[in-house]
Design a protein around this ligand. Structure first.
Ligand code: CU
Length: 159
């Protein structure tokens, strides 16, 4: 009785282990498929709407000084808060460009070379709104002339 009882217990143990691992696999695959459905829904939503709370192709860009020792690092520690703008050809792009610095001498600018040639200058505390039409497909750099090479971003215009 002793050995057959052990055998039954072993058999039960193995059977339970197999059932549990099967259940785990099933639940993993369910989670996985649910997650990918949510992700693709969100992707579609993001594709339609640039971001919640703003109009299509409308962006807010702050100038920002990082908490770091510029002299020790040897590069400017200022950055744009938004470093990627992704739009489609023909879109009218609106940019709210904001320099929240308190001192007027903390200047920044938003500059692009041709074909999107522009130069928007802000003293500390100033802000501006400008628009342009994304009429050329490609990848273009925007930058601040005071804080190169660190203060840059990328405008991506999709077909
Ligand atoms: Cu700057």
């Amino acid at each position: 009785m002793g050995s057959s009882g052990t055998n039954i217990a072993m058999f039960l143990g193995i059977a339970i282990a197999i059932i549990m691992s099967g259940a785990a696999l099933v639940s993993f695959s369910m989670i996985d498929s649910t997650a990918s459905t949510v992700a693709s829904d969100e992707l579609q939503e993001n594709y339609r709407v640039g971001a919640p709370g703003v109009a299509n192709n409308e962006f807010y860009i702050f100038t920002q000084e990082l908490q770091a020792d510029e002299e020790k690092l040897g590069v400017p520690v200022a950055v744009f808060s938004l470093t990627n703008i992704i739009v489609h050809k023909g879109d009218l792009v609106t940019i709210h460009f904001i320099n929240p610095a308190e001192a007027p001498e903390d200047k920044h600018n938003f500059v692009m070379q041709a074909p999107y040639e522009m130069h928007h200058e802000l003293a500390g505390g100033e802000s501006t709104v400008f628009t342009f039409t994304a009429d050329t497909v490609g990848t273009f750099t925007y930058y601040c002339t005071y804080d190169l090479p660190s203060m840059i971003g990328t405008l991506i215009v999709l077909p």
